[in-house]
Design a protein around this ligand. Structure first.
Ligand code: HEM
Length: 407
């Protein structure tokens, strides 16, 4: 594979749906061109950053590297800005102020409040697998639903809105996948899904302002910034970010994790032999292995260099988390899925000022599900060919047909 082909994977949704091709391409880039200029027709040019240390260093310096104005690769650089402003689009001084609004809710103590509810939901979905009688699509029947339920509980949204939220998040992140998108053009499809979110959440926000409760949705709707009620773009942005960031990511880690276990039966055996010791490390290995968030971008605020390569002010860099998580200089046998991997300093949750707010929640959810599932599931195997979502941003398995015995 030549360097141009390798660099093309970041703008090609089909590349992420073919994990082998993607990892082969990024291995070439890490070795031969770790700061690689990508100029794909129809996309604004950017630099692909594929090595762990560089991803960390850029993420750490949020003064030099801003999230605005370009947070992710965008097909049409002149497309109108989305009608929301969320944490991932913000920089200091606004970013820490807005992050602070919900930060307490996401700390371990805050998340522990949801622990019983999450354990209950995990059991509900494993019971559902039993009801399905020994065969299911683990993505469509379990992984796509369970984390969304947790998020809906967190925001205090009613259970009957669940199907609509599921459809909207899938349309937003699956905008490049013809099976999931609502229009041929990825950017337009994502924008339509965003507008629907906007309308739906505006009603919820109005209600939370009138009848505040103790859920996270109320905390955000009634937050004040510099003495004023939080702005419309910002409050909707917050809801959309939490609803979307907390859902497809965790479901991709859970289902991609099961796929990895099925591909590596020795690791499944290890996990079933000692789940209480190994579920926590297995979950982090699933996040490293699947890296559900494929990238974020940063823009240089002044002229700088990375590994000696000059980057002019205003140029964007793409931080490739799946590539950084397979960096040979950092991880022992990075292409091996190891449920007991320790240490495991993966960068699947990002790093620095924008470090994922949902890490405790995501780990709690994934651990709860596997703690329930592993002891009950026996003789599990693939019942068809798994398929991955076409995406350039967030994704994982789209279908994971399995056959199993379950108690
Ligand atoms: C396995 C599951 C998850 C993965 C892999 C993941 C990954 C990430 C990544 C890579 C970032 C960007 C970090 C950076 O720029 O340095 C991020 C940000 C964020 N995540 Fe997650 N995430 C997951 C689950 C969740 C959950 C469950 C929630 C909440 C309900 C959540 C909420 C957020 C928020 C609000 C941000 C923006 C933080 C900021 O910009 O300050 N995430 N996540």
């Amino acid at each position: 594979m030549n360097l141009d082909e390798a660099g093309g994977v970041f703008t090609d949704p089909t590349a992420y749906a073919d994990e082998q091709r993607f990892h082969a391409a990024t291995a070439v880039l890490r070795r031969e061109s770790p700061v690689h200029r990508v100029e794909t027709e129809g996309f604004a040019p950017f630099w692909a950053i594929t090595r762990y240390d560089d991803v960390m260093e850029i993420s750490r310096d949020s003064e030099l590297w801003h999230n605005a104005p370009r947070t992710a690769v965008q097909q049409d650089p002149d497309a109108p800005a989305p009608p929301i402003r969320a944490l991932v689009q913000m920089d200091a001084p606004d970013h820490p102020i807005y992050r602070h609004i919900s930060a307490d809710w996401f700390k371990p103590a805050g998340v522990r409040r949801l622990s019983d509810r999450i354990t209950q939901l995990a059991k509900r979905y494993v019971d559902h697998m039993a009801d399905l009688g020994g065969e299911c699509d683990f993505v469509q029947d379990v992984a796509a639903h369970y984390p969304l339920y947790v998020i809906l509980s967190l925001l205090g949204l009613p259970e009957e809105d669940f199907p609509r939220m599921l459809k909207l998040t899938q349309e937003l992140f699956g905008a490049e996948d013809q099976d999931l998108a609502r229009a041929a053009d990825g950017d337009a499809a994502a924008m339509e899904a965003l507008l629907d979110f906007f309308q739906y959440f505006q009603k919820v926000i109005a209600d939370r302002r009138e009848n505040p409760t103790d859920d996270l949705g109320s905390v955000i709707a009634n937050a004040t910034v510099h003495g004023d009620t939080i702005g419309e773009l910002e409050v909707v942005g917050y809801y959309v970010l939490i609803a979307t960031a907390g859902h497809d990511t965790t479901s991709a880690a859970i289902s991609g994790g099961l796929h990895a276990l099925l591909d590596n039966p020795d690791q499944w055996q290890r996990l079933t032999a000692d789940p209480s010791a190994l579920v926590p490390t297995a979950v982090d290995e699933m996040i490293r292995w699947t890296s559900p968030v494929k990238h974020f971008m940063r823009t240089a605020t002044r002229d700088t260099t990375i590994r000696g390569v000059p980057i002019p002010a205003g140029d964007a860099v793409l931080l490739s988390y799946p590539s950084a998580n397979r960096d040979e200089d950092v991880f022992t046998d990075p292409q091996t899925f190891d449920v007991g991997r320790t240490p495991n300093k993966h960068v699947g949750f990002g790093f620095g000022a924008h470090y994922c707010l949902g890490t405790h929640l995501a780990r709690l959810e994934a651990r709860a599900l596997y703690t329930e599932l592993v002891p009950r599931l026996r003789e599990v195997e693939l019942a068809g060919t798994p398929e991955y979502m076409q995406t350039v941003f967030v994704g994982g398995p789209k279908r994971l047909p399995i056959r199993y015995k379950i108690s």
